[in-house]
Each structure stands twice: as structure tokens, then as C-alpha cells.
Design a protein around this ligand. Structure first.
Ligand code: AMP
Length: 413
């Protein structure tokens, strides 16, 4: 290139601007020969080394193999499939592409999860021309139809029910799908979505004419049966569920009587360093009551539970992410599968009935290398849950007395 030509070139990003040292036993994204536009986005979202599920699946998935991954949220599975999809779409450009005909489809069981995936996809496609569209229930159908009709769609992220609806209305056609991702297959099964997914898969090209990636937290016989049906000789990858330990989450369990709980909670959420707090309780009515009490005590908080309408739930999540309020009171159903970065504290107002939920709950904090604090209240009604949690997390939980200042400081009680 002559010097003259060079003057007319836009300044471009160069991979040399993204420096990650080689490290023993770790895979850098640089080692995977990803498209430059994707590398730039990876740098911008702040990833340096591939997580174990990414390091294990990407070499196969990028080579075009079907993969099934046993992995839970928190392992980086979303980026594992998004990087595969984006790389493939960027490496095989189409001459012609029609609206309403997505090139790839990502199916997720809940709207929150689908929107989260779409958000991650948008971040990872920021420096490419790929278009991400989401089609989820509980949100404006006409707007989604219009979006599909008016623009290209490279990556469609959908929940099954809404997608079927859009297929029936002839707003979307799946016969050009090159890659299909089925996320959280076990939850799809639990939520009764399998008949819908069967319909969806039938509308897509045959197994051998598309690449399929499936993720599930368990590989039960039912899931393996679906894997057989929907994938073509897949590579199977498993990562241990990431049990959060004191490495990234400082865990406290306090012995508090049922009467003291609320006052202690108020004290915690009023602490200066508690700038983004998720409070979990086991039932919708407790969540509702707590939030009303906190509000009347001047704490800026919102609720995320099954009784909150879908649109409102999404606005609430966005508001929390944007820091519009500092306390989110949630039930487990609402708290699963979503990732919100920068949660400083998780409070278990009631201990979960299911030990797995304890891990899900405290996993909302201490994400992506940041430190977090989890505080659980054990009172006379729920401290019997502790042994099951200890067994599940394979660690001893030491139950502490509440710091004296929390009960003696008049200002907070
Ligand atoms: P997921 O398991 O997909 O829910 O991802 C969990 C969290 O890990 C999300 O906040 C991601 O942004 C983050 N994450 C994914 N991959 C990486 C990576 N390679 N390095 C650092 N953080 C990551």
C-alpha cells in the first residue's frame, strides 16, 4: 500500500492493541484464530482467557462439529456458543439474505435469559455488521414482527412460544438456519417446551445440514434422548458446576431470630459499600412485604418475582443494572439464569429450600473476577437447611453471631 492510500484509511483497531500474556494451562482467545471484529469486541467486554467450557468446546465448535455441553450459568457457556455463531457467520458471508430468514437461532427457556443472551450477542457483534434480533414472549409482538420484516437478521434469540407464534404468522422462516443453539435444555424440558422445540427444529434444515449446539445443566436420559434426535454425532463436553467459594464470594451465615431479621437487613442495605444488593426470599408474599417495608423506610428498592408482569420485570432488571435503585428483592424463579454484574451483596433473607438455589443465589455476586459478599440469615425456622447446603457446596459453613454494632446502633433500628 502506498503512503498516499494510507492517508485515506480510517484508523483501524489492530490485534496488537489487545495484549494478553500466554499463561500455562490457559487458552487465550488469540489462540483460536477468531475474526478481528470479534476479537475487538472480546477485548471490549473484558475477557482475556477462555473459561474451561469455552476452552473445551470452541476448538470443536469452531471446526463445525455439533457439541453438547453440560454446564450451568456462570461458566461462560453463553460466550462459548456466541463466539461459535459469530465466527461462523463472519467467515461465511452470504451474497443474498432476505428479511425474516435468520441465519442462526438461539433458543432459551425464559425471556430474561433470552434478552440477556441478545444483549451479550449485541456486545460481541458491536464491531461487525451482524444483526441481532430477539423474539420473546411478554413483549410487543408487532414490534418484533416489524423488526423481522424490515431488517436482516443474522442472530435470532428467541423463547419457544413466541417463536412459534411468529412462525405461524409467517413473520419468520427457519429454512436458512445455519446454526442452532438450544440453551438450558433441561429447563426447557421442565417447563414443557419440548413439543414447541420439536416444531421449531422440524422447520429448520435437517441435522446434518446445520450445526447444533446444546447446553444443559444435567445430562439426564431424557436430555440425551433429545440430543440424539437433534444433533449429529456431537462432541460431548462437561464442566463441573462452578461452586462459588470464598475465593470470589465472602460467605457469612448469621444467626438471627425471625424478629431481628428485618432490622438487620435494613442495616446491611444501608451500609455504604452495599451499593447493589440482591435480597432473596423463598416466597412471593415475603418478597412483596419486604419491599414495601424497605420502601416505607426510604430504601430505593424494587421486586422481581413471578407475580410481576413480564414487561415490568425486564424494566426492573434494566433499572437495577443501570443503578437506578440499589436493592432488588427477588424469588429464586426470578433470580435464576440472569446475570447482573456488579452485585455487591446477596442477602438470603430466608435460606433456600433447595441447596442448589443457594449456589445460584450467591452466584449473583462475585462474578467475572470481582469480589462479592453473601449474607444469609439462619433463624429458628430455617437453620436446619444448613447441613444440606454444606453437603452440596462441599464446604463447612460457620454460623456467626450478628456483629454487636448491628443490633446496638440505634441509628439503624
Ligand atoms: P454465563 O455462564 O454465560 O452466564 O457467563 C457468566 C459470566 O461470565 C458473564 O458475566 C460473562 O460475561 C462472563 N464471562 C464469560 N466468558 C468469560 C471469559 N472468558 N472471561 C471472563 N468473563 C467471562
Amino acid at each position: 500500500m502506498t503512503t498516499q492510500n494510507k492517508r485515506f484509511r480510517r484508523p483501524r483497531w489492530h490485534i496488537s492493541q489487545f495484549k494478553v500474556e500466554e499463561a500455562e494451562g490457559k487458552v487465550r482467545f488469540h489462540d483460536l484464530f477468531l475474526p478481528i471484529a470479534l476479537m475487538r469486541a472480546i477485548q471490549e467486554v473484558g475477557y482475556e482467557y477462555a473459561s474451561p467450557i469455552q476452552a473445551m468446546t470452541l476448538p470443536y465448535a469452531l471446526a463445525g462439529y455439533d457439541c453438547i455441553g453440560k454446564a450451568q450459568t456462570g461458566t461462560g457457556k453463553t460466550a462459548a456458543f456466541l463466539i461459535t455463531v459469530i465466527t461462523d457467520l463472519l467467515e461465511h458471508r452470504l451474497e443474498e439474505q432476505y428479511s425474516g430468514e435468520p441465519r442462526s437461532l438461539i433458543l432459551a427457556p425464559t425471556r430474561e435469559l433470552a434478552l440477556q443472551i441478545a444483549e451479550d450477542a449485541t456486545a460481541l457483534t458491536k464491531f461487525s455488521r451482524l444483526k441481532v434480533v430477539s423474539a420473546v414472549g411478554g413483549m410487543d409482538l408487532e414490534k418484533q414482527q416489524k423488526q423481522l420484516a424490515e431488517q436482516r437478521c443474522d442472530i435470532l434469540v428467541a423463547t419457544p412460544g413466541r417463536l412459534i407464534d411468529l412462525m405461524n404468522r409467517k413473520s419468520v422462516f427457519l429454512d436458512q438456519i445455519e446454526l442452532l443453539v438450544i440453551d438450558e435444555a433441561d429447563r426447557m424440558l421442565d417447563m414443557g417446551f419440548i413439543p414447541d422445540i420439536k416444531t421449531i427444529v422440524r422447520a429448520a434444515p435437517r441435522n446434518e445440514n446445520r450445526q447444533t449446539l446444546m447446553f444443559s445443566a444435567t445430562f439426564s436420559p431424557d436430555i440425551l434422548n433429545l440430543v440424539d434426535r437433534w444433533t449429529n454425532d456431537p462432541v460431548r463436553v462437561e464442566v463441573e458446576p462452578k461452586i462459588k467459594t470464598s475465593d470470589d464470594v465472602e460467605q457469612h451465615v448469621y444467626l438471627v431470630s425471625a424478629d431481628e431479621k428485618y432490622q438487620v437487613l435494613k442495616r446491611i442495605v444501608s451500609e455504604e459499600e452495599a451499593d447493589r444488593v440482591m435480597v432473596f426470599a423463598n416466597r412471593r408474599d415475603i418478597v412483596r412485604e419486604l419491599s414495601e417495608k424497605l420502601k416505607s423506610d426510604g430504601i430505593n428498592c424494587q421486586v422481581l418475582s413471578g407475580e410481576v408482569p413480564q414487561n415490568k420485570r425486564i424494566r426492573t432488571l434494566d433499572g437495577f443494572k443501570e443503578g437506578k435503585f440499589s436493592v432488588l428483592v427477588a424469588t429464586d424463579v426470578a433470580g435464576r439464569g440472569i446475570h447482573i454484574d456488579g452485585v455487591s451483596h446477596v442477602v438470603n433473607y430466608t435460606l433456600p429450600e433447595d441447596a442448589e438455589d443457594y449456589v445460584h443465589r450467591i452466584g449473583r455476586t462475585g462474578r467475572a473476577g470481582k469480589k462479592g459478599v453473601s449474607i444469609s440469615f439462619a433463624c429458628e425456622d430455617d437453620s436446619f437447611q444448613i447441613p444440606a447446603i454444606e453437603e452440596y457446596i462441599k464446604a463447612k459453613i460457620s454460623v456467626e453471631q450478628i456483629p454487636a454494632a448491628w443490633v446496638s446502633d440505634e441509628a439503624f433500628i
